[in-house]
Ligand binder design. Sequence first.
Ligand SMILES: *[C@@H]1O[C@H](CO)[C@@H](O)[C@H](O)[C@H]1NC(C)=O
Length: 152
Amino acid sequence: MESLKLLLVILLTITSSFVASSASEGNYYPPTPSGGSKSCDKDPLVCHTKGVVKQTCCKNKCVNVLANKSHCGNCATKCEKNEHCCSGDCVSLKTDCLNCGKCGIVCELGFKCCNGKCVNTKIDKKNCGWCHNKCKGHDYCLDGVCSGYAGM
Ligand SMILES: *[C@@H]1O[C@H](CO)[C@@H](O)[C@H](O)[C@H]1NC(C)=O
């Protein structure tokens, strides 16, 4: 009987120290893997504990709506197949001057985004005046117009 009492005391001590240590870590919300499957439907705050990116609960999954093309800007917005999600906007990386080739790559003033590259269409032989307007042969691009050497 005495040894049973001792066992009970030991058990109680172990249990209470376990509870105390897990409470002191302050991990009230369970951490979630990205695109995780914890039930954020029941507790949206589950998505707010991950690192610096505040995620949104979409159909019971934590989602970064700033970058996820299936949920861009909000849970319901899906980008077109050829689009990307940059800062919550669906954009074409091939033509968007604010996200040219990659999210956040901004073309300089006077430049256009052609096929994912910032180009100066005033002088670019392959994109003269507008994207994909290629000057022929030895022609050059002057002020956005293909010009030839003929007569010079
Ligand atoms: C976008 O969100 C979905 C959840 O609907 C997830 O399965 C997918 O992995 C996410 N995509 C990225 C690139 O994180």
